[in-house]
Design a protein around this ligand. Sequence first.
Ligand code: ADP
Length: 181
Amino acid sequence: MIIGLTGTPGTGKTSVCRILEAHGYRVIHMNELIKSEHLYSEVDEERDTVVADMDRVFSRVCELVGDDSDVTILDSHMAHHIADTVIVLRTAPSELTQRLKARSYSKSKVQENVEAECLDVVLVESVEWCQKVYEVDTTGRNAEDVVEDVEKIISGVLSGDDTLVYEQYKPGSFDWSEEIF
Ligand SMILES: Nc1ncnc2c1ncn2[C@@H]1O[C@H](COP(=O)(O)OP(=O)(O)O)[C@@H](O)[C@H]1O
């Protein structure tokens, strides 16, 4: 089964996935896959990114996962376009700003991503498109602590009764709409 780990860039998906891989989980880093296998329709030079061809990405991910009944984690800010069950990582705007600045993102790219986080863009899309959505706060925490939450959610999903984890990680806990700069 596929579980998507999604969230605005900088919320810590890849850091968390690296630890999950060390714990033995299979992870597909979707953004790397899109670039290495040219699964995109165009290059957006102004925004320094590519426009993914989501039909081809979906087919390729399904091909890679095959009929594997173990969990495969899909790491991408677009994982919710593919997976039906997703975990959305969240980060408070002030901290996300610092993380993105540390990556040497341009001012406009920092602003675009922080605004998206303030407006819950990835969360709203996930709730609209996916069957099951969980939300995990990464603010003021380290990646190992976030991994503990993610593994708890995965166990709940695999157990077939996610009532308790859903109660703890159900979406809609944050309102950063006043923090748009
Ligand atoms: N709780 C946390 N979880 C994950 N990453 C964190 C956390 N706190 C700080 N970070 C840092 O934030 C940055 C997130 O980068 P990355 O994992 O590449 O995010 P993403 O894949 O979502 O774009 C890294 O520099 C990481 O060390």
